[in-house]
Design a protein around this ligand. Structure first.
Ligand code: 5AD
Ligand code: SF4
Length: 449
């Protein structure tokens, strides 16, 4: 049994939360930090003085999982040096029984394993472990009821992630998320609006609404209330100046949502709309439920309303059955849409998903070749899109001192582009106008005006 430091007022307990994966996970980690700090833990970045390490994991690709196993292996040493250290793992990987089996058999240094649906139980899990000395495993399959009693320790005051829904019902054939995050559940609008009002009262200017498929927000609510309704109501909250959201599914994007871009002044000049592939054959195999033509049609409609909107996407390369001509169709679609940027992924087999069993898996060498070709095209287009901003004025929410230069600030435009410029750090948290003097593939440089 370990010393129960919880009742020991002499020693301040310290924690580290290491996050892998998407914004949803980042926000879950902010909630975990809030819970731990309510328990009296204090954040540290020094593993030597740490009492509790939590790994919040991602299961979307095998490489992300391998990274976590590598890190857990390294922590065996730390545990040997400090046997009182509590090691906990949570997040999407833990919703997979195979992973839990591997951890309990090969990574015995892990003390607590919990899933994506029971973060709120963390205090109980830590205490049970401290009182029994046993490995505690607590996984819940689905979110039946959303726990509204946990807050989040957010990194910034001026911008915040806000969950609007949990889970996913889409079952794209490559994706593990519907198995790890369970079925779709929408948060009640009044809870979301209250949370955002509270954030605005504390100086928050920008909210990013999070859900696996925000376009189907509201489907599980008793009253008829859609995602555009939610956007309209958030747009009225004093103090909030920018609204973003992640992620939209092209099959569910409504004309009402597209119209919101013409009506709501706070909606950011950006749409992230994952296309995944430009080949109708591959889209069908992926169970995406739209065609390349449907996708292009949405882009046309939205550009008619807002010609300057920045469009970003997710693309998977090397999905089973993807022939050279299918890949060419993806390249053609990229050139047609002129994406501002894209998250690109090599298809990764996820056991338990339908695509894992498909014939005609693509050899790694071909996947890597196509991946590089795609990047070359995306980068050329991204640079051209950025060049169109040269000498123009953009509004920037100033976020922090640049990582590389102490006298340089960085922030994001409404369209989501990263901008570097000289200025006083007192500007952090404000929205300023910047003239774009120089552009690169991924960033803009400018001068405050
Ligand atoms: N292999 C590669 N990429 C994947 N994604 C989801 N599952 C896989 C997989 N098995 C990508 C999709 C999705 C993004 C979050 O991750 O592009 O939009
Ligand atoms: Fe995965 Fe598809 Fe759901 Fe996105 S919409 S989380 S890609 S199943």
């Amino acid at each position: 049994m370990k010393q129960n430091n919880n009742n020991n007022t002499d020693k301040i307990k310290k924690y580290i939360v290491q996050t892998y994966g998407c914004q949803m996970n980042e926000h879950d980690s902010e909630k975990i930090s809030w819970i731990l700090e309510a328990m009296g833990y204090v954040l540290t970045d020094d593993i030597k003085e740490c009492d509790l390490i939590i790994y919040n994991t991602c299961a979307v690709r095998k490489s992300a999982e391998d990274k976590v196993f590598g890190k857990l292996g390294e922590l065996k040493q730390e545990k040997r040096k400090n046997p009182d250290l509590i090691l906990a793992v949570c997040g999407c990987m833990m919703q997979r029984q195979e992973v839990v089996d591997i951890i309990t058999s090969k990574y015995r240094q892990v003390d607590i394993i919990f899933g994506t649906n029971n973060i709120h139980k963390l205090p109980e899990l830590v205490n049970t472990h401290l009182n029994t000395g046993k490995t505690i495993i607590d996984i819940v399959e689905d979110t039946k009821q959303i726990n509204e009693n946990i807050d989040a320790n957010r990194k910034y005051d001026f911008k915040a992630f806000v969950n609007i829904m949990h889970g996913c019902n889409n079952f794209c054939t490559y994706c593990i998320v519907p198995f790890t995050r369970g079925r779709e559940v929408s948060r009640a609008p009044q809870n979301i609006l209250e949370e955002i009002k509270g954030l605005a009262d504390n100086g928050c200017k920008e909210v990013t609404l999070l859900g696996q498929n925000v376009n189907s927000y509201g489907k599980t609510l008793e009253k008829k209330y859609s995602f555009p309704d939610l956007l309209r109501d958030i747009n009225q909250i004093d103090g909030i100046e920018r609204i973003r959201f992640m992620t939209s599914h092209p099959k569910d994007i409504s004309d009402e949502l597209i119209d919101s871009y013409g009506k709501l002044d706070k909606l950011c000049n950006h749409l992230h709309l994952p296309v995944q592939s430009g080949s109708n054959k591959v889209l069908n195999l992926m169970n995406r439920k739209y065609t390349k033509e449907d996708y292009l049609n949405v882009i046309d409609k939205i550009r008619k309303i807002n010609p300057d909107i920045s469009i970003t996407t997710d693309i998977i390369v090397g999905f089973p059955g993807e022939k050279e001509e299918d890949f060419e169709e993806t390249l053609n679609l990229v050139k047609k849409v002129k994406f501002d940027s894209a998250y690109t992924f090599l298809y990764s087999i996820r056991e338990g998903t339908p695509a894992a069993k498909m014939e005609d898996q693509i050899p790694d060498k071909i996947k890597h070749n196509r991946f590089q070709k795609l990047l070359d095209v995306l980068h050329e287009i991204g640079l051209k899109e950025n060049e169109s901003l040269l000498n123009k004025e953009v509004s920037v929410l100033v976020e922090e001192i640049s990582k590389n230069h102490e006298d340089t600030l960085s922030g994001r435009t409404s369209s989501g582009k990263l901008v570097h410029f000289k200025g006083s750090k007192r500007l952090i948290g404000n929205i300023v106008n910047v003239k774009v003097d120089n552009v690169n593939t991924f960033t803009l440089e400018g001068t405050v005006i």
